[in-house]
Design a protein around this ligand. Structure first.
Ligand code: ATP
Length: 341
């Protein structure tokens, strides 16, 4: 059996790191038939549109995509491609794991293993903003939280925890001040939690949560929260484990998912075979898990972790003095993977 998956190489270092990832996946035991489509600056040059219909059609058909970093072209009239893709496919879950990997410098070295589930479509990211007068003396952003939107992200987090044997969900909110929006999200969380007695549930106010995550991240397991808080806390969590170098992410909707690295397109090192492909490779681990290829996902993650831990074949961002190229890193991962399979 072969999976047909959309591949968007992306901008900057995107083509290099996605190529390295596709090569590694050839050794995962899972057959993937890539449909390569272009978005971002590459597409703008070719099709005069950073998000051509061809990309939408491909994801619509294949329902799974691996996406390199995309730059939204500077200038008026260009919507954020990432936001447009989330909206187009109603990708309401942003799933961001934060894990410690041996070999990566970080504040904490022992087994942090957190997952943040961020609501991806509602609240302050729906783009309802305006100046309230012509002199631009005040501006207003409207952040709507709905019961349906809250329920589906919270339910996704609980189902994930149940399926993957995760112990606990912490819902993060600011319901003491945002009594309506925050209050609604918290109320829905308490209701949904009743359906999952096997998963522990608690909730925290966002400011306290930020402090607790820094002081003792080990008390948390899965975190579910609204869009803006999720945006901030997921980067905070990445910071706890050494930054964005090893940070994958997934945007998931009903029956459709898009996997990506959290970092940007790194134009400063593009085309030099210097980029670290680990984050997008870890995104492909999430993708394998999502399609049910759990063994292949585990092995690929083990292989990446081993190469990083050994430190002999790592890219420049990890070791400035003694580093290898993007391709050599991929070859080292392939070597480990072949040993495991
Ligand atoms: P964008 O506008 O696409 O977000 P950016 O340059 O503002 O791009 P990043 O692309 O995240 O933001 O880059 C921030 C810094 O981290 C840059 O110096 C970049 O070279 C470095 N960087 C980001 N990703 C990687 C990677 N995968 N490997 C090595 N260095 C990286």
């Amino acid at each position: 059996m072969s999976y047909r998956i959309t591949l968007i190489p992306g901008d900057g270092i995107g083509p290099e790191i996605t190529k390295a990832t596709a090569k590694v996946l050839e050794h995962s035991g899972v057959k993937i038939d890539w449909e390569v489509v272009e978005a971002g600056v590459a597409a703008l040059e070719k099709y005069h549109d950073p998000l051509p219909q061809e990309v939408i059609d491909s994801i619509d058909k294949n329902r799974i995509a691996l996406k390199g970093p995309l730059t939204t072209p500077v200038g008026k009239g260009f919507r954020s491609i990432n936001v447009a893709l989330r909206k187009e496919f109603e990708l309401y879950v942003n799933q961001r794991p934060a894990k410690t990997y041996k070999g990566i410098k970080s504040l904490y070295f022992d087994n942090i293993d957190l997952i943040i589930f961020r609501e991806n479509l509602e609240e302050f990211y729906s783009g309802i903003e305006h100046y309230i007068d012509s002199s631009r003396s005040a501006a207003e952003t409207i952040g709507i939280i709905t019961k349906r939107g809250s329920e589906r992200i919270i339910r996704y987090a609980f189902n994930y925890a149940k399926k993957h044997g995760r112990k606990k969900i912490t819902l993060v909110h600011k319901a003491n001040i945002l009594k309506f929006t925050g209050g609604l999200f918290l109320d829905v969380g308490e209701e949904v939690a009743k359906e999952f007695p096997e998963v522990q549930f608690d909730h925290k106010i966002v400011d306290n949560m930020a402090m607790q995550m820094v002081m003792n991240p080990y008390q948390f397991d899965c975190i579910v929260t609204t869009n803006l808080f999720g945006d901030i806390l997921s980067d905070l969590a990445s910071g706890l484990v050494g930054g964005l170098g090893m940070a994958p992410g997934a945007n998931i909707g009903d029956g459709v998912a898009m996997f990506e690295a959290v970092h940007g397109s790194a134009p400063d090192i593009a085309g030099q075979n210097l980029a670290n492909p680990a984050a997008i490779m870890l995104a492909s681990v999430m993708m394998l898990e999502y399609i049910g290829e759990v063994k292949a996902a585990m092995n690929l993650e083990k292989a990446i972790a081993k190469v990083i831990a050994e430190g002999k074949n790592v890219t420049k961002d990890i070791n400035q003095q003694n580093y290898v190229s993007t391709d050599q890193f991929a070859d080292a991962v392939i070597n480990e993977l072949d040993n495991l399979n």
